[in-house]
Design a protein around this ligand. Structure first.
Ligand code: UD1
Length: 434
């Protein structure tokens, strides 16, 4: 298994470019299931979760063509001849967003068989709201041998009120509703930019959608969707990760190719901590190194402070003067990075859904272990700040969602390198599967 070796203390200086948003690319790829025509997606990040989704679609009979050279971030997906409307356990267990194929498959193929995801490192993550919504649209749902089966000759429009705001749930039902008969009204929807981006793609494909980005989305079902070309929005969580890294390492970093509006909650929190960002149309410049003041955060749905930035913010809190209270409202078990940060010298007490961080404490390099995607990003930031060398194990978590992170950071002055396969692949795969 690969490890990252990071020597802390270097300021980050220069320009770092943000990739396309993984969480927008995943539903966009699933949307290709809704049509027989090719869907061409630009700015698709080259990360592990995208490879998993490609494999998932290919196993169903989709033809997936990758661009090369300058077009390496282009993916063309053609779902003309789907042979198998199934998402297997092997794929769903490695990426829970695989459940995004459920809605499009029932809508287009009249049937879908998708493995139940089960637990994961950051909590239970059920998909009950996806299923209730599909039932409202007229699908018959059954469960057998760990798989969900959904069937419907044609889905029919309905009014669906989400009991809880869910990002992929909103996306799944939005896709299903595009081909349903009549009108669907989705209420209490997620307002994340990734939902808006998916709706933009679906509209290009011929769907009739109003209200994406607001709590109520209206969809007038159509008989058929056609192909489209679409550019995926920039990754706001990758941008946010670099913004926090810049604030802490005391350099002068421009985070380019991002949408500053999508990181507004983070920037206003950083302002409270004493870090001012210079914002342009598609970039954010951070000059770090000044004193930081503690500030509390509560994770919320968009446009609130994102749960996917909570771990990175925790590192910042360790470097701020005073006590920061971090409340995690979205997932129940998302503080695993806290214990690793304590091993690096942080003062963090975790009580249920709250973490109390007392700063400022010096961090020192240590051997640490990544537990999930965003937790690994927080360990990278901590390592960039820490005194001495940090070795981060299980970096396959970070490869799920960050494209060439070590190359990007090395390009702006970080001392970071990857040490590869220390044990034979066969054994590593067995260990990863545990
Ligand atoms: C998405 C993002 C993930 C982010 C999360 C919250 C993708 C691929 N992933 O995940 O990076 O951390 O939003 O911003 O876009 N819930 C239910 N029943 C359901 C669905 C969700 O109870 O059927 C609960 C979840 O357990 C959680 C909350 O709702 O407590 C929000 O989850 P949700 O928005 O669905 O997260 P994901 O879409 O899985």
């Amino acid at each position: 298994m690969d490890k990252l070796v990071i020597r802390g203390g270097n300021p980050l200086v220069g320009t770092i470019r943000v990739s396309g948003a993984k969480n927008a690319a995943l539903p966009a790829m699933a949307a290709a299931l809704l049509t027989e025509d090719p869907v061409i997606l630009e700015n698709v990040p080259q990360v592990r979760d995208i490879v998993t989704e490609r494999n998932l679609l290919a196993a169903m009979g989709a033809e997936v063509e990758l661009g090369y050279g300058r077009a390496q971030h282009r993916t063309t997906i053609s779902c003309r001849n789907l042979i198998n409307a199934e998402a297997s356990y092997d794929l769903v267990k490695t990426m829970r967003a695989s459940t995004l194929v459920l809605g499009p498959l029932v809508a287009r193929m009249k049937t879908a068989r998708v493995s139940l995801p089960g637990g994961c490192a950051i909590g239970a993550r059920p998909i009950d709201l996806h299923l209730k919504g599909l039932e409202k649209l007229g699908a018959r749902i059954s469960q057998e041998h760990g798989y969900i089966e959904a069937r419907a000759d044609r889905l029919t429009g309905a009014r669906i009120v989400f009991e809880k705001i869910t990002v992929t749930g909103t996306e799944d039902l939005l896709m299903a509703a595009t081909l349903a008969e009549g009108e669907t009204v989705l209420e209490n929807c997620a307002r994340e930019p990734e939902v808006v981006d998916l709706a933009a793609l679906l509209v290009k494909m011929g769907a009739r959608i109003e209200g994406a980005g607001t709590p109520t989305i209206r969809v007038q079902g159509v008989h058929k969707l056609h192909g489209a070309r679409h550019r995926i929005i920039p990754d706001r969580i990758e941008a946010g990760t670099f913004i926090v890294a810049a604030a802490l390492t005391g350099g002068d970093l421009t985070i380019a190719g991002c949408d500053p509006q999508h990181v507004a909650a983070l920037l206003s929190k950083l302002e409270e901590c004493g870090i001012h960002a210079a914002v342009d149309a598609d970039s954010v410049r951070i000059v770090g190194g000044g004193p930081l003041k503690a500030a509390d955060i509560v994770t919320e749905e968009y446009p609130g402070f994102p749960t996917d930035m909570q771990a990175q913010y925790m590192v910042l809190a360790t470097q701020a003067e005073g006590t920061s209270l971090i409340t995690e409202n979205i997932f129940e078990n998302r503080f695993m990075h806290g214990q690793e940060l304590v091993r690096m010298g942080a003062n963090i007490k975790i009580e249920g859904s709250r973490a109390v961080v007392r700063g400022r404490t010096a961090l020192s390099g240590a051997a640490v272990q990544a537990s999930d995607l965003r937790a690994s990003a927080s360990l990278v930031i901590a390592a960039l700040v820490a005194d001495g060398e940090t070795i981060i194990d299980r970096v396959y978590h970070i490869d799920r969602g960050y494209e060439r992170i070590e190359e990007k950071l090395r390009g702006v002055g970080a001392q970071i390198r990857r040490i590869g396969q220390l044990i034979p692949k066969r054994i590593a795969a067995a260990v990863e599967a545990e």
